[in-house]
Design a protein around this ligand. Structure first.
Ligand code: LLP
Length: 417
């Protein structure tokens, strides 16, 4: 098996290992558990989809910044997409060739821009002030900055408002009507090299048509920019592909479906295509493994209380996101409808609502699936529930890939003050 599935014996597995056997070996709970082979397969799906096109895949590190995971993606051939100086430093620590990285963001700091230019990263221009900051930083380090202009395609990705980024009123990208100003400013600055255009529509996208709509719009910009005499190379259509969070076999487009909707549009333009996947690279390669603390009923609601919480995994609380939940072992408790909640002191602390499950017992295992992207990366220590340890199964063997955070880590911030 590859990734997470229910075996013929009714137990939940990751690759070849029973999750309950893993739980018996691991001292921590909750913990994040990954399938390294699933990550490899996800990367290879992108690489295969892009065959025949000049391309570069930039893994969006924001989705998961675990160092062994980053190192693994790097070893497979991935580049990296970054949103902070620290992400750039972490990518370098993981072995990424920093000239194959892209530095994105609407609020890049002067110090971060200097670092990115020194390291040879591609840099997205997001606004007028951002362009001025990039030009200043290039002068400060006396090195040319290779930039992409982030177009705002104003295409609705039809996703939750919090993860929608390419609409006219969003905080990202340039005012398209002001393009000429950007071209003129780049022309005046000898240390700015216009290398391409970028857009990112949003995240959890399950309709690839909108990538074609956006690519069409971007290609009009490419033509206009070329007419102005710039020799641009990169068409970066961002990340955003969704995954099958509901795990009921919905038809979710694959990387090949995504690439094929735009292939003919980019093939003839002599452009290098860049994709920036985060979620679809890592999301389905992990689950948060929790232990049931108890079961209770209030009013007409049943609750399964687990040791994991919104501190370990925030997406349901923040976006009302659905992540599938299962028990790790066959269970003959009564089938019922439950909210799955953590121990944190607020009602937003839930991992799932109205789920049909067999009534578990204290000590049983319960997983929240598809927890590879934006879960550990967004974890906090709220209520001093410390950030979980991480493990992966690598070629059939369990290995720890991140230590659990401890209270000592927290107390250290106050030492000597
Ligand atoms: N490129 C840019 C410029 C981005 O802003 C993002 C994600 C990506 C690439 C990667 O997108 P992906 O392939 O992962 O969809 N915390 C939210 C997701 C925020 C996404 C932010 N930008 C969540 O938990 O769903």
């Amino acid at each position: 098996g590859l990734g997470f599935y229910t075996g013929t014996d009714g137990y939940l597995y990751v690759d070849n290992l029973r999750i309950d056997d893993i739980r018996a070996q691991v001292p921590d709970s909750p913990f994040y558990l990954y399938s390294k082979n699933r990550i490899t397969a996800n990367y290879k799906a992108y690489a295969a989809a892009l065959e025949g096109l000049e391309h570069f895949v930039g893994y969006a590190v924001k989705a998961n910044n675990n160092l062994p995971i980053m190192r693994h993606l790097q070893s497979l051939g991935s580049g990296a997409v970054l949103v902070s100086g620290n992400e750039l430093r972490a990518a370098e620590a993981a072995g990424f060739d920093t000239t194959r990285t892209i530095f994105n963001g609407n609020g890049k700091l002067p110090e971060e821009l200097r670092l990115a230019i020194e390291k040879g990263a591609l840099i997205n221009v997001d606004s007028e002030f951002d362009l001025e900051n990039i030009a200043e930083a290039a002068k400060a380090v006396d090195k040319a900055a290779r930039v992409l202009i982030r177009i705002n395609p104003d295409v609705d990705p039809q996703v939750h408002a919090y993860v929608s980024t390419g609409l006219a009123n969003s905080k990202f990208g340039i005012r398209n009507s002001h393009l000429q100003w950007f071209l003129d400013r780049v022309r005046q600055e000898p240390l700015l090299e216009l290398a391409g255009v970028h857009s990112h529509l949003g995240s959890t996208i399950t309709k690839v048509d909108i990538f074609r709509d956006a690519a069409r719009i971007m290609i009009r910009f490419v033509e206009k920019i070329r007419e102005e005499g710039f020799d641009i190379k990169y068409l970066n259509i961002g990340g955003g592909l969704g995954i099958d969070y509901h795990r009921r076999g919905d038809k979710i487009p694959s990387p090949a479906d995504l690439v094929n909707t735009v292939r003919d549009l980019v093939a003839d333009l002599g452009l290098t295509m860049i994709l920036e996947p985060g979620r679809s690279m890592i999301g389905n390669a992990s689950a948060l493994v929790n232990t049931v603390t108890g079961v209770k009923t209030n009013g007409n609601k049943n609750f399964i209380v687990i040791d994991g919480s919104m501190s370990a995994l925030l997406r349901p609380s923040l976006y009302d996101a659905y992540q599938h939940i299962e028990l790790t072992a066959p269970c003959n408790g009564k089938q019922d409808t439950f909210d799955i909640v953590g121990p944190v002191c607020e009602s937003a602390d839930f991992l799932g609502k109205e789920r049909e499950l067999a009534t578990p017992k204290a000590g049983d295992g319960l997983v929240v699936h598809d927890a590879g992207a934006y879960c550990m990366a967004m974890a906090s220590t709220y209520n001093l529930k410390m950030r979980p340890a991480e493990y992966w199964v690598s070629d059939g063997e369990l290995k720890q890939i991140r230590k659990g955070e401890t209270l000592q880590d927290h107390l250290r911030y106050f030492e000597g003050l």
